[in-house]
Design a protein around this ligand. Sequence first.
Ligand code: TYM
Length: 334
Amino acid sequence: ATRVFSGAQPSADSLHLGNYVGAVRNWVNMQNEQGTDCLFFIPDMHAITVPQDPVIMTQRTRMTAAQYIAAGIDPEKTPLFAQSHVPEHAQLAWVLNCITGFGEASRMTQFKDKSAKQGADSASVGLFTYPILMAADILLYQADQVPVGEDQRQHLELTRNLAQRFNARFGDTFVVPEGRIMKETAKIYDLQNPASKMSKSAETDKGIIWLMDEPKKTAKKIKSAVTDAGSEISFDRENKAGVSNLLSIYSAITGESIDSIVARYEGKMYGHLKVDLAEIAAETFGPMRERVNELMADPAELDRLLAIGASKAREIASVTVENVYERVGFLPAA
Ligand code: TYM
């Protein structure tokens, strides 16, 4: 079977539309494909690379798990777990730290962006080695495919390089994973600023659709999305970034192709598209939000599901770490 692995950080109370269509929705599709064997996790250790409030952090980890389940991840079938529950992530990350070049890590653009925002002195070393922990996440499970958005492409490339390097130096140990980046939805843009990606760390959230937003709020944000000069509904990323973004979102949620949507809206105005999309988004996310609230009402059950996921994950992860430790020449623990 094809092993599939991915995760989204618990760094906000809610996932946003970019996380959903760029990642989580594809996970659900892959889980339901024949011949795949999926694991999904919550990278809480990645979340603490920037300061977090501990109480909120705990809550967000459960919230993220609840959103995966509400979106269609079936925890009975697909292990779903918190990264910090599987100590092998930290163990493998250390070994990979030691085969990563300082210069190589310094070239990671997401680190450069995030550390520039925080100021070089307050950015943590954890933020610097973040991509190496991510490589450990993926390689621990011998993942074949990693469904992510465009912003993770460079991290995946690093992961592949580290896998190949380790294999060359110590003998075949890791599967070299492939990214699965869906062209149409790899990058969803901010509704108020269609030149930049929809991101949890944007300055305002007026252009961000949170899965947990009230349906009315979602509708309002879509209706006030920035569109472009002209009035024709067509897909043109360069000259019609706003409308093109709405078309991508529409297509991602409904599964209808962009061409077919464009054909149906011929002669109609931007407003029509927005009103319909607002309705579609509310219809999709409304029930999901209710399901999340139900799941959150029983945190003990969520914790139980995560514990089961972690123990399944450890069965795989512990074999990899044992193998890696042996290959690098660590004295076997008696
Ligand atoms: P994170 O938490 O920032 O985002 C989760 C997923 O959502 C995708 N995404 C988007 N896709 C389309 N348009 C957008 N505007 C958009 N914003 C985010 C991301 O590409 C990602 O797939 N480093 C990862 C988490 C991680 C991970 C891993 C992922 C840690 N270890 C191992 C896969 C495998 C991250 O910060 O994603």
